[in-house]
Design a protein around this ligand. Sequence first.
Ligand code: AMP
Ligand code: MG
Length: 690
Amino acid sequence: MTPFDTVVVVDWSGGNDTGAAPCADAIWACVAQQGRAQEPKYLRNRTAAEDWLADLFASERAAGRRVLAGFDFPFGYPKGFSHALTGTDDPLAVWSWFAAHVEDTPKANNRFDLAAQINQQFGGQGPFWFNGLKRDIDGLPRTKEAYQSPFPPKRQAETHASGAFSCWQLGGVGAVGSQIIMGLPVLERLRKGFDAAVWPFEAVDKGIVFVEVWPSLTLGAGPTDQIKDAWQTVELARSISALTAQELGVILDVDRSTEGWIFGIGHQDTLRDAATRPPRLSNSCFALPPGVEWTPVDTALGILQQRLSPVTAINTCPVDQATGAVLAADVVAIRSNPPLPNTAVDGYGFVGGKDIGLYRLPLLAGRAAAGDAPGHVPKGSAVRILTGAALPAGVDTVVLQEDVTVADGHVAFRGPVKRGANTRMAGEDVAQGDIAVHQGTRIGPAEAAVLAAVGTRDVQVHAPLRVAVLSTGAELVEAGHPAAPGQIFDANRPMLLDIIRRLGHVPVDMGQVPDDRAALADRLDQAIAQADVIITSGGASAGDEDHVSALLTQAGAMTLWRIAVKPGRPLALGMWSGVPVFGLPGNPVAAMTCALVFAGPAMARMAGQDWPEPQGFEVPAGFTKVKKPGRTEFLRARIRDGQAQVFASEGSGRISGLSWAEGFVRLPHDGMQINPGTPVVYIPFGSFGV
Ligand code: AMP
Ligand code: MG
């Protein structure tokens, strides 16, 4: 699990109040969780920022959440300064020193005088330079000419970050010096008030950790219609919060330099990669409303539809390599289909009209064929034209070749021939600028044709959803292997692996685990390294040997879904280190039903697809049944002689009935008397996508 629940990134400012209207020079902040960023927050001055951060920290801690707070100014100075100023090498002593000496109100502050005062201690020519005020200040050089610093110009970290400004420069575009002087007192009060740890000076094991960030290390300036600082806080907060625990651990693992360090140096690719990841699902995404005993099927599906979102990364890929993938963005036609008006038949092109009677038009030499650039036909003439040819200028109508006679260089036929007959208009299928294929569509043969027809070259697609499949149960033996008395062959795994493959996802076979909690935990850990979703079968109820539900409950993120459905036992839906787990019942009939009815649409959503609604149709029943109210039933069924037949036994251990069937008859939640001929809803397995 990510060790930080909440990430906040703050773009600081060393200046004064910037007014009520959001603007560029202000302080901007953004909060993100699990790869999902909130709206950026405009903070007009440091008092407002300090209050806002204090409220944020208080509420996050009260909710038991850990916070990683990033600020875009150095937390320390080049070697030697701390000792010279405070008598100790502890960089946090500099924080306290500034907190004690800085005077700050939204309208004015003493940063230039304070910098001059420090400079005076070291001979009056440095380390600070740049005076943003009109009056001269003794000991503070305005330019670098009279400047001399007793300390190195940059920190170690800055030698790895090209373009970074020296912390001694107090002003000028991009300078960071004033931000440090005006920022450290605020951070000092917040760190004391909330017992925050400061990276990399201190261990990162507290509820709130401050890190120094530099958005430009990984990010550009963003879209031109947005304020750069606001955009950068959003992007950086989002990408940091999308890091895995392991990636974050690696990035935070640096020497405890007393100069401070910039978060992410050397790991820019990891951060950029994280920025392409969609938001993770929240740990509570499978929570059910309290007090519900048996959840109706439609309610359960509604919750999954509402709570689940795509979990796979988005990539750009050439359209000819995109079949089978799910579109992550709408594709807009860059060219109309058809691109030009053209003829739908072989015949003769001319200007059509309402005239009744005989037409006899001079026939131009040559012809217009598919692929020819459109030529020109003078008014009153006709031209030979072949299917698919663009209409020449001067032609708007085509008469079928079967309806004409050609003689003496003329073509003759009877009118009227309606204007536009036998032609296709430009863009009548898809017009340039229209959405040709919508986001959420899995690209199949039909989409491949449409995308090609409108001139698409590259598309944005989701990486395939990797689904781990794991069977649990002490009784299970791999099919075909010797089985001792009391053992059974694992039927669920081959079934589930094939369902996943047919649904367009990537199955990841995680084998079987006995009813042993440690072994199961170990296997789940292996699964999350290779998959985006885990499907288990067996052990999902609340019994002694139901270890899937027990482990997920222990991990603090599981809900036992008692769905009013037959066949079916409770589903254990939970999260294992941020990866969703679908705990299906062990019984193969229930496992397949639940996989198709619940896990199928859920996986579609997580793969980036639109929520699928398996389409059924009414057919007369070929059986008799009294259906009890209070649950939805899925009967193994097939159609013969126009009637729905159901499998002879409803026993949920009868695996052969799954193969006998070609679909389900879905009986509604309410009670129902079914006689031969009663209309029932039949849903072919194909409608579930398998
Ligand atoms: P459980 O959900 O673990 O209580 O299992 C319910 C029933 O399904 C038991 O009879 C199990 O033996 C059976 N079962 C569990 N997993 C499988 C499997 N992978 N293949 C076939 N049967 C299974
Ligand atoms: Mg079991």
